[in-house]
Design a protein around this ligand. Structure first.
Ligand code: ADP
Ligand code: MG
Length: 677
């Protein structure tokens, strides 16, 4: 075996290992659970647990943990050892089926958004057999078997991001399978699977510089500072040769990820100096979401090993590019094929167009929910900042596909640029450009040949939230289209005729969501307003979408989130947002009072002894006065919006001071020092 094959998934209890270590009947039963979503047969849990423990111990593990994803957006663990006393002075090692299937972490310190009071704070974690267990080696010698789990309250309410994610995948699968049947595809119990490939952007910073910036330490972003004269204007960093120290980091990162079964594929420099990207190959959506969580964690720990700090914040530095997570999302049908790929025959083309039109309906109807799913204090600095998609959600299909859409709307009339007709189910589609060729980089939601790319997700966010919304709204659109098609054909209408009519109607209603132009322009903002598309520019506004009746109806209808569960998310996210802004405000004040003001006072004192720099002394004094006023203003601000405004005002005068105060007196490393590592 070659070294890469040997290394890949070395630390993962995957199907391959299970086949080797489980009896044939247990393996078959487990495989069925994984492929069809059938409940796990409790009778096999003991055997699986024992095999997992033996395997994990052979890799040096001493502990296991249920690894789950609370609403904080991070991952959580509570470790238990495999050790049990034999009461004769020795031990036995044990790990039972019950321990595998269910854990009981103290849930009281995780946000629940009011789902339960502290006195009933128990929650339980439950094994998710569709995501393989893995072994984590930390650099301080701990070796732990991590078991991906869901996290629920005792009445079954979801306290995490994974439970609704799995439910949304099931809802999407049910409707996809139903749609497939209308197109003559029947694969029995086999589920359709949403797929995800999440590109991840990040910054690397030298750890010593990081340690000298309290704003980075407390808030993950710089609250003060301006870009140096040369930063990213020359685009000389993008795809440039990667520097030695960073290459060493990336090589280590890839190795660790491969061992954990994460199919890390591409690595490169990004636009801004000190900014980079890693992208794995796509996988089944929930596995890919888990793997993205692992990528974020391994990025941080590997950076530490190399004397870096990895910044996952959406906008760690003002005035240069921020970081996103591009969610490449697709659907693999129950037949295992990619249903977002235009097919080779008219029949497959018709199915493909149905899916595209359903996506138009889904995204237009619930643009507000998609926007809410990417709302965070960090992402507010990025969306609409002329380097990232705006807060207005629209779909890019490209000229050719848009042309086909227009033809379907016109009922198959000859309106194509090359003069063709389209009769759904009868005609072939014109050859569509594949892949990267004519991609519009400014669109938040772009069709890229065989998948959609949702680019508004923040680098620091779990990919789960936006995927939950996307899966559910597409399930709803499929449901609605299937219902109409089933009714029409029941009345005796020919399928292709019914399809043409239904799609034409849906297109008419939702075509305002299509936009192929430059999303960064002011003209688009105006045009979007004319079309009535929502433009929710900050988190506080965007989160309101989660509190609407429309959202409640949607998520409860498809069994993704009950009204209470949805409420709890809304409450949690609002609280997290307000807390983060308050922390930023407090950190700003602290830095200004204990560092910036003293440094400026020293500078003024030094300068005031030299007559020729009188005008500079005066300028610094004026800015200092402004800064002091800014401090009072920020101290008085209570609401997040006022705090943000006051912080921006304060920052302006502090940044002006940074440009004047002698460098050796300035109390923190500046952008030039930090960005050019
Ligand atoms: P780019 O930077 O040009 O957008 P990348 O190669 O960095 O492209 O990332 C593209 C991502 O899309 C990869 O993770 C890739 O595996 C993923 N992808 C490709 N096909 C699909 C699909 N059918 N479903 C989901 N993701 C996909
Ligand atoms: Mg991309």
């Amino acid at each position: 075996m070659d070294h890469l094959t040997e290394m890949f998934a070395e630390n993962v209890f995957n199907m391959k290992v299970m086949r080797e270590r489980l009896s044939a009947s247990t393996f078959t039963s487990l495989e069925e659970t994984i492929n069809t979503g059938k409940p796990l047969d409790a009778g096999i849990a003991d055997e699986v647990a024992e095999a997992m423990k033996e395997w994990a111990m052979s890799k040096g593990a001493t502990h296991y943990t249920h690894w789950f994803q609370p609403l904080t957006g991070a991952t959580a663990e509570k470790h238990d050892s495999f050790i049990f006393p034999d009461f004769k002075g020795g031990i036995v090692t044990s790990f039972s089926g019950d321990e595998l299937i269910q854990g009981e972490p103290d849930a009281s310190s995780f946000p629940s958004g009011g789902l339960r009071a502290t006195f009933e704070a128990r929650g339980y974690t439950g094994w998710d057999p569709t995501s393989p267990a893995f072994i984590k080696y930390d650099d301080f010698g701990a070796t732990t078997l991590c078991i991906p789990t869901v996290f629920c309250g005792y009445n079954g309410e979801a306290l995490d991001k994974k439970t609704p994610l799995l439910r949304s995948m099931k809802a999407l699968s049910d409707q996809t399978v139903r749609l497939g049947k209308l197109f003559g595809i029947d694969c029995g119990d086999t589920m359709a699977k949403a797929t995800l490939g999440a590109e991840q952007e990040y910054f690397l910073l030298d750890e010593e510089l990081y340690a000298a910036r309290p704003d980075l330490q407390q808030t993950d972003r710089t609250l003060f500072g301006t870009p140096p004269c040369k930063h990213q204007q020359l685009d000389d960093h993008y795809f440039g040769a990667i520097k030695g120290r960073v290459v060493a980091f990336m090589a280590d990162l890839d190795r660790d990820l491969w061992k954990l079964g994460v199919p890390a594929k591409t690595r490169h420099n990004e636009v801004c100096p000190a900014q980079f990207e890693i992208a794995p190959v796509f996988e089944t959506l929930n596995v890919s979401v888990d793997h993205n969580m692992i990528i974020m964690e391994v990025l941080r720990t590997t950076a530490e090993k190399h004397g870096f700090v990895c910044l996952l914040h959406e906008k760690p530095f003002a005035g240069v590019n921020g970081s996103g997570k591009h969610n490449n999302w697709g659907i693999a049908g129950p037949d295992g094929k990619n249903w977002l790929k235009p097919g080779d025959n008219p029949h497959e083309n018709a199915k493909f167009m149905t899916i595209i039109v359903a996506l138009m309906k889904a995204v237009d109807t619930h643009a507000d929910l998609l926007r809410a799913s990417v709302a965070s204090a960090g992402n507010d600095h990025r969306l609409g900042a002329n380097e990232a998609p705006p807060a207005i959600v629209s779909i890019f299909l490209g000229d050719q596909l848009t042309d086909v859409i227009e033809q379907i709307e016109a009922g198959g009339a000859s309106r194509s640029k090359d003069g063709g007709h389209i009769h759904l189910g009868v005609d072939l589609l014109p050859k569509l450009p594949r892949g990267n060729t004519d991609r519009n980089r400014t669109s938040p939601f772009a069709f890229v040949g065989n998948r959609f790319e949702f680019r508004a997700v923040g680098s620091n966010q779990s990919a789960a939230g936006s995927c939950i919304v996307l899966n559910t709204i597409v399930a709803e659109a499929f449901d609605s289209i299937c219902t109409r098609l089933e009714a029409a054909t029941a009345e005796g209408k020919e399928f292709n005729v019914a399809l043409q009519e239904v799609l034409a109607e849906v297109i008419k209603e939702h075509k305002r969501i299509l936009f192929n132009g430059d999303n960064y322009t002011q003209e688009w903002r105006e045009e979007a307003a004319r079309r009535g598309l929502p433009n929710l520019i900050n988190t506080a506004e965007a989160l309101e979408a989660l509190a609407t009746q429309k959202a409640k109806d949607l998520f409860s209808k498809y069994g993704v989130l009950s009204n209470e569960e949805l409420d709890s998310r809304y409450n949690t996210y609002v609280e997290v947002y307000e807390t983060l802004i308050a922390i930023e405000a407090g950190t700003s004040l602290n830095i200004v009072k204990t560092r910036v003001i003293p440094a400026t006072v020293s500078a003024i004192a030094e300068y005031s002894e030299v007559a020729v720099v009188q005008s500079l002394t005066d300028d610094m004094s004026a800015l200092l006065e402004k800064t002091i006023t800014g401090v009072s203003r920020l101290e008085a601000a209570e609401k997040p919006a006022d705090q943000i405004e006051a912080m921006n005002g304060l920052r302006a005068s502090v940044d002006a001071l940074e440009a004047m105060v002698p460098a050796d007196l300035w109390p923190m490393p500046n952008y030039a020092e930090m960005l050019f590592i």
